[in-house]
Write a protein that binds this ligand. Structure first.
Ligand code: 13P
Length: 250
């Protein structure tokens, strides 16, 4: 019922020529296979080249962030309107690196989600606890707060909303969550989504992210409430990323 969504978050990697070479290779690999939606999320600088290369192909395109104000004196920011102009299908909202390294709070993340939806683009709302929060035993409290505030500006129709559960301690550490823990959290998020959006909550896809690689991807992608993966480091090579995406075929 929910097509798995496997996305490559390149973070701050790749020049434009490197992005082109990657996408040309990935397009060779992907062919016409269906059953999994594959999305690439490059840096802003590579978005126009990527949009051109990916037009009319089965690969989707996302932006790593976007600012909710349509225009104005916000030096260094790129607006939702501007990424919509490039033709992205997805925007990451509230990635833990934005929250923890750049001080983004829940309120700003919520405004981003709202602006992205208003532009007909799908937000990938990232949630997840830090190691300290995990040690303090308040994991669900943290995730619930991020969910509540993240979708505060939406009505009862989540449209294309995607949730990415990324425990911060698992990001870039090589220590992924246990699949059973990822399933337990995804199931809890699903219950919350049903409460918030009614039956429509069942349409929302929930990704797992954090040290996903070719060895562990199959374990995550076969979980009943996990509908995809948000891949960082292991997505930087097109062959490796495709091997991960393929393991989502249901
Ligand atoms: P890694 O796959 O490198 O752990 O990063 C995960 C992530 O942050 C994806 O958004």
């Amino acid at each position: 019922m929910r097509t798995p969504l496997v996305a490559a978050n390149w973070k701050m990697h790749k020049t434009i020529p490197e992005a082109r070479a990657y996408l040309e290779r990935l397009l060779e690999l992907v062919g016409r296979e269906a059953g999994v939606e594959v999305v690439v999320i490059p840096s802003f600088t590579s978005l126009p080249a990527a949009a051109e290369l990916l037009a009319g192909t089965p690969l989707g395109l996302g932006a790593q962030d976007a600012y909710p104000e349509p225009a104005g004196a916000y030096t260094g920011e790129v607006s939702v309107t501007q990424v919509a102009d490039v033709g992205v299908h997805y925007v990451l909202c509230g990635h833990s690196e934005r929250r923890n390294l750049f001080g983004e709070g829940d309120e700003l993340v919520g405004r981003k989600v709202q602006a992205v939806v208003a532009h007909g683009i799908t937000p990938i709302l990232c949630v997840g606890e830090t190691l300290d929060e995990r040690r303090a035993g308040g994991v669900w409290k943290v995730v619930e707060r991020q969910l509540e505030r993240g979708v505060a500006g939406l009505n009862d129709n989540p449209r294309g909303l995607v949730i990415a559960y990324e425990p911060v301690w698992a990001i870039g550490t090589g220590v992924a969550a246990q699949p059973s823990d990822a399933q337990a959290m995804a199931a809890r998020i699903r219950v919350w989504l049903r409460k918030r959006f009614g039956a429509r909550g069942d349409r929302v896809r929930i990704q797992y992210g954090g040290s996903v690689n070719t060895d562990n991807a199959g374990g995550f992608l076969s979980l009943p409430d996990v509908d995809g993966a948000l891949v960082g480091g292991a997505s930087l090579d097109p062959d490796t990323f495709w091997a991960i995406a393929r393991s989502a075929h249901r």
